[in-house]
Structure formats: C-alpha cells, structure tokens
Design a protein around this ligand. Structure first.
Ligand code: 5AD
Ligand code: SF4
Length: 474
C-alpha cells in the first residue's frame, strides 16, 4: 500500500491562462497515487478546455480526490461537501454553475450514497474509471447525476491520456509513474483491495513510453507507484515474464533519467531479481519503504500478512548485505484487535533490530467491510494512544540517529525547488531526506555534490563541495 503524501495537495494553475477557459480546482487527499491520478485527471480535463486553478472560488468544476484508508474518511468528505454547498450557492448567485465531483477511494466505496447524502454532488467517479471522466463530465453538464464506479478489469490501464509535455514540464524534476494498481493481499485491516480492486500491472511498453516522455520534459527522478508495486509483472522485451527488478533495469538504461525509486512494497514480493537490482543499479536510490505493520507473529497472522517477524528480519539482512547503508522505511499499526502488551513489545523489539531511517505509524482504525472491523476484541482508544506514543518516540530516536550519521557525508543532491529563504534550494538526499542548501534557482534540476553540515527538524543542511566524488553510503 502507498504511504500518504505529505500534505493535501491543491494542484495549482499554470500562469498566463486564457480568461475564457473553464477552470477546475482539484483537491487531493491521501497517497502518492492520488497525487498522480489528480495530475492525470487534470491532463484529461485540459484537453476539454479546463484550466487548473488553485482558487476554489473561481472554479467551474471542483473535484475532490478522496482517500478512504483511515479514520472517518467518508465523514470528512461529507463535511467538506457541506462547505462546498455554500460556495455553490454563492456562485449561483453570481450566475455561475459550479459543478462538483467526488473521485478516489471514498467515491468507489460510497458510490450513489454520496449523491443521496450530498445532492449538490453532480458526479461520483471511482479510480478504475478515470478514463471515462471527460464523457462523465459532459453528461453531468447536461444535468445528469453521474455515478461511475463499475469497471472491467481490462479497462484499468486504458486510463487517462498520456501527460502532455508542457504540462509535465511545469511539474518539476521529479515525477510519479503508476506501474501497478490494486491489491490481492487482503490484509484484514485494509480497504485497498475493495476500493482499488485486484492487482493489475501496466504493460512494459506503456511504462517505458511514459518514462521517456517524462525525461524528455526535464524529469530526472521517477518514483514508480503501485499499491503493491513489487508485485508488478509483465512480458519483457525478451518475451520472458519480468518482475520489478527487470523493469527497473530497463528504465535505468534511459539516458537523462538519473534516479529511480519505487513504492510501496510487500515483504512477500521482494524477489531475488529486485534485491539484485539494489546491488547493481546505481540509479536505484538506496531507500526502501517496506511496511511490516507489527513485530508480533500472532498479530501478523491475524492481519493476514503472510510473513513472520523472522521472515522480515531475514529479508532486511539480505537487502542490507547487497546494499549496505540503505535507508529503510516502514509502516506500523498499533492496537489491531487482540494485540496484547507482549505483542506490542515484539513490535518495539523489531524496530530496535531494524533501525528505521523513517517510518509511519498509526492507531488501528476499523474500516467498514474489512475482516478486522468485524472482530469483537477491539483495543481501547487509550491503550492504542499510549502504544502509539511509545512507538513513535522510539521511531523518532532511530530517525534522528540516521540523520545524525549523515552529517559529514558527501552526497549527490538533486536540486528540486526553491527553499523558504531567498537564495536557498531544497533537494532530496539519496535516502529521501529533504536537504537545504544555498544555490541559485537556475540550478534546479542539477545533481550537485554536497557535504551535509547539520541536521534540522525534518531536514538536513548542506554546503557545496567542489571537485570531490560523492559517496552514497554512510
Ligand atoms: N488502520 C490504521 N492504519 C491503516 N493502514 C492501512 N489501513 C489501516 C487501518 N485500517 C496503514 C498501514 C498501511 C498505511 C498506508 O496505512 O500501515 O501500510
Ligand atoms: Fe492493503 Fe495489505 Fe494490500 Fe498493502 S498489501 S494495500 S496493506 S491489503
């Protein structure tokens, strides 16, 4: 499963737009795949004459791209729709007709119910049917209330138009590229297999073409996305069945593409070829998001994770043997039904043993329709909160230790965007940490050698080094 994007992202409008165009405002919640999907939806709409805006008050179409992963997600969408109802009224008083669409996993899970509870919604569209968005919008414009959540699995990657070069170019030097969607793992806490459907891999040719387009538009780093990205498979150029390791090898051969990452992986699908890719491909960054969820075998079994704590630790050892210094990141859930104090202690022990560079941790939240939600041994909120607090304190300690160890290292830094202070740029280290450095904005897109000088709250500071070769290990 994908981790959440750092912030809700409101897709901004390109400058210099024509005044007579219709405007769309897209608000994105949740994971990186939603960020990617929002961009594809905006691309599809731009071919229909819609230009993006970052101001909901001037929009003709307002799209919420929703997430259903945790805590009262649907309720949050309904309260947002309550606020939008007022906006729609205000726009109507000005003589404008604001169309409202709900996309994403809440749309898939709730369907028609959204229009029943929030009649201001004109369109509900699930993630598997975004390729039908332009027609759906045309139908909604004709006054129809449209619900598009039914799909055939073959449709899945018939998806959206390929991004236009000029649109990509406005999005910077790093990009997401979806290679796989859906999940067949059915972890008992998780809604993804229900909202995103079963696993489908995108064909090699489509992926390579999109990667080349991104690079031609100035992208230097690509992150391959999938809810279960390392379950990706497809027929390779040699006629054999490829896995993600072979796909990464192919993409690493693209001139001008300097960095590759992928997320999110399931421990069961880390095969030998993928581990070898970490050994062989310099372009594959030394960072791996490998969720374990719990360190207790009985909780892992109840979660249907299909691996033990020992399996996970052995895997980590194999990965570290081929790529020493790799930054490991994880996801954790505390307070899954039936989790005892001893189970929780097992999680803390596993964390101590692995030493994560970064991690995301959550209190278990029952998701309607999942087996976990049906159990009758739920853990009290107070206990969940205490466990989360202890786990996060430990994870923070490891994260700081990893960052402290970076100080003094010389690394390659991809300069991505302006920093908060004038004269500063922000880039990412090979281990995905944000790094702040004094540099000119004309350097955005360059990879420079820098020395890490100190750690900040959630970032590192660095200075440029001349004429030294960088090292990507610490
Ligand atoms: N409750 C809490 N956390 C969850 N996650 C997924 N489903 C739930 C849930 N029901 C977490 C998992 C996953 C991450 C993206 O979100 O840790 O890996
Ligand atoms: Fe959800 Fe488990 Fe699939 Fe990840 S592997 S998306 S946690 S069901």
């Amino acid at each position: 499963m994908l981790k959440e994007a750092e912030t809700d992202k409101m897709d901004g409008a390109p400058n210099g737009a024509k005044a007579n165009k219709r405007k769309v405002f897209v608000k994105t919640y949740g994971c990186q795949m939603n960020v990617y999907d929002s961009e594809r939806m905006a691309d599809a709409l731009s071919t229909q004459g819609y230009q993006q805006t970052d101001n909901p008050e001037e929009a003709d179409l307002l799209l919420l791209n929703t997430c259903h992963i945790r805590e009262k997600a649907a309720e949050k969408v309904y309260s947002e729709l309550g606020r939008i109802r007022k906006l729609k009224q205000a726009r109507a008083e000005e003589g404008a007709d604001l169309m409202v669409g709900v996309a994403g996993c809440v749309a898939q899970a709730e369907g028609q119910e959204i229009i029943r509870r929030a009649p201001i919604v004109d369109l509900v569209i699930g993630p598997q049917t975004y390729h039908r968005l332009p027609q759906a919008i045309a139908r909604a414009r004709n006054g129809e209330k449209v619900v598009e959540t039914e799909y055939a699995i073959e449709d899945k990657f018939e998806h959206l138009p390929e991004p236009e070069k000029k649109v990509i170019a406005s999005r910077g030097v790093t990009a997401f590229l979806t290679v796989q969607e859906g999940c067949d793992k059915f972890c008992t806490f998780c809604v993804v297999p229900y909202t995103r459907g079963s696993e489908v891999s995108r064909p090699v040719g489509q992926i390579e073409r999109e990667a080349r387009q991104l690079v031609a538009a100035g992208v230097r780093e690509i992150t391959l996305l999938g809810q279960n990205v390392n379950a990706w498979h497809g027929e390779g150029a040699d006629g054999r069945e490829w896995g993600l390791g072979e796909l990464l090898r192919l993409l690493a051969g693209i001139d001008g593409l300097e960095r590759l990452r992928y997320t999110t992986s399931h421990p069961r699908d880390m095969d030998d070829a993928l581990i070898e890719a970490h050994r062989d491909l310099d372009k594959l960054m030394p960072y791996l998001h490998l969720p374990v969820q719990s360190g207790s075998d009985s909780v892992l079994k109840a979660m249907n994770r299909r691996h033990t704590a020992k399996d996970y630790l052995t895997l980590v050892e194999r990965i570290r043997a081929v790529r020493p210094g790799i930054a490991l990141s994880g996801d954790f859930i505390v307070g899954f039904p039936g989790e005892t104090d001893a189970d929780f202690e097992d999680t803390l022990r596993l964390v101590e043993e692995v030493g994560y560079a970064q991690a995301f941790s959550f209190k278990y939240s029952p998701r309607p329709g999942t087996p976990g939600a049906e159990r009758d041994d739920h853990i009290p909120e107070g206990v969940k909160s205490q466990r989360l607090e202890r786990l996060q304190t430990l994870l923070r300690k490891h994260q700081s230790k990893f960052a402290d160890n970076c100080v003094g290292a010389t690394i390659d830094l991809l300069l991505e965007k302006p920093g908060r202070q004038p004269g500063q740029l922000i880039g990412r280290s090979p281990w995905l940490q944000p790094v702040i450095i004094d540099a000119k904005s004309s350097q955005i897109g360059e990879i420079v050698k820098v020395r890490i000088t100190q750690t900040g709250t959630n970032s590192l500071f660095a200075e440029t080094v001349q004429g030294e070769s960088g090292s990507a290990t610490i």
